[in-house]
Ligand binder design. Structure first.
Ligand code: NAP
Ligand code: ZN
Ligand code: ZN
Length: 349
């Protein structure tokens, strides 16, 4: 075991503080990563505030990890010391079920994925998992991603969660030329959703609470930008979209947004509100519409996304902060004042 510096929330709702945590010795198939940057995902804040009651304190958040390989186990074949690598939201799964065998580890039915933090290594030693607000992490190479040259590490880190979470549904629901895609919420997920949808060739509309970030939205690749606080938006855009990605974690009026779908359109919930989502059946019936959801993406698709991002010059728009600024960054994320992902410089941990 090796003790490494980290930032942890000691209990629910308590500010994060500097501490040390233990990382397991580098095993046969393990990669030791020196973490250079970690993104601040809204999910980190949900966990630290215990919004979902999952506990797991003391808790080291962070599942948008980018760094450099510092050591590899003897059985590792895909990575070597010095490689640029990333780790996202999961660090293990059963590896045997149908979904795992198909590279959809996120949907593991053989016991579930092991989350990068606030979980336990239930298929191996049962140790608690601790995330990327730390200087190093040890991960089995099956859950390590390669970060292509040309993609700066700080811009790559948010792709490991926010990037794949938007890329995967865009691919699954065939966003591309001739398709009209709306993205609700221009935050961490939303801004990458706009970039990917645009790069895939779709016509992209941002549905934001206000027009405050309109210039940014258009610069990021949106063709249109509307404020959902203006009731005229819902009249003007009725029956427009093939696909809506909802990245908002607050509860929204489901029926109002379903009215914006055209026939056979799908609204994909990516944000995770505390309350169940609801809609009138009539809002789905008249237009054969669907409500769906999607969780991050499997490991092979995450690699595909990173390669696509590098080939298309896509990285996250980031504000790099020191670890001492985490609390201020959390406050700004909660106020929707993030442009568009805070990324911690791990050398400050
Ligand atoms: P974020 O950076 O805070 O962005 C969310 C955006 O939602 C905000 O920028 C804001 O955009 C909009 N918004 C916030 N409060 C709102 C409100 N009360 N009403 C309407 N719009 C509001 O968060 P994020 O990191 O992108 O994460 C978003 C959600 O996705 C979180 O719930 C997170 O847990 C979840 N998530 C899910 C997955 C998955 O696998 N499905 C993966 C990662 C994260 P505007 O200012 O433009 O309106
Ligand atoms: Zn996340
Ligand atoms: Zn499985």
């Amino acid at each position: 075991m090796t003790a490494v510096p980290a930032f942890a929330a000691p209990a629910a709702g308590v500010p994060l503080e500097r501490t040390t945590i233990e990382r397991r010795p580098v095993g046969e198939n393990d990669v030791l990563i020196e973490i250079k940057y970690v993104g601040i995902c809204h999910t980190d804040i949900h966990h630290v505030r215990d919004d979902w009651g999952r506990g797991g304190f003391p808790l080291v958040p962070g599942h948008e990890i980018a760094g450099v390989v510092a050591e590899v186990g003897p059985g590792v074949t895909g990575y070597q010391v010095g490689d640029r690598v990333g780790v996202g939201c999961m660090v293990d799964s059963c590896r045997k079920c149908e979904n795992c065998r198909n590279g959809l580890e996120v949907y593991c039915t053989g016991g579930g994925l092991v989350a990068t933090y606030a979980d336990t290594m239930r298929y191996t030693d049962g140790a608690p998992t601790q995330g990327g607000y730390s200087t190093h992490i040890v991960v089995d190479e099956r859950f390590v991603l390669g970060i292509p040259e040309g993609l700066p590490l700080e811009q790559a880190a948010p792709l490991l969660c926010a990037g794949i979470t938007t890329y995967s549904p865009l691919r699954h629901w065939n966003a591309g030329p001739g398709k009209k895609v709306a993205v609700i919420g221009l935050g961490g997920l939303g801004h990458l959703g706009v970039k990917f949808a645009h790069a895939l060739g779709a016509e992209v509309t941002v549905l934001s609470q206000s027009l405050r970030k309109k210039d940014d939205g258009l610069r990021l690749g949106a063709d249109h930008y509307y404020a959902t606080s203006d009731p005229k938006t819902f009249e003007e855009l009725a029956g427009t979209f093939d696909l809506i990605l909802n990245t908002v974690s607050a509860s929204l009026d489901g029926d109002a947004f379903l009215s914006l779908l055209r026939i056979d359109g799908t609204m994909v919930y990516l944000g995770i509100p505390e309350k169940p989502v609801s809609a009138n059946v009539g809002s789905l019936m008249m237009g054969r519409k669907s409500i769906a959801s999607s969780g991050i993406g499997g490991i092979p698709e995450t690699q595909e996304m990173l390669d696509f991002a590098a080939a298309n010059g896509i990285g996250a728009d980031v504000e790099v902060i020191s670890a001492d600024e985490i609390e201020q960054a959390y406050d700004r994320v909660l106020r929707s004042d993030v442009r568009y992902r805070f990324v911690i410089d791990n050398s400050t941990i």
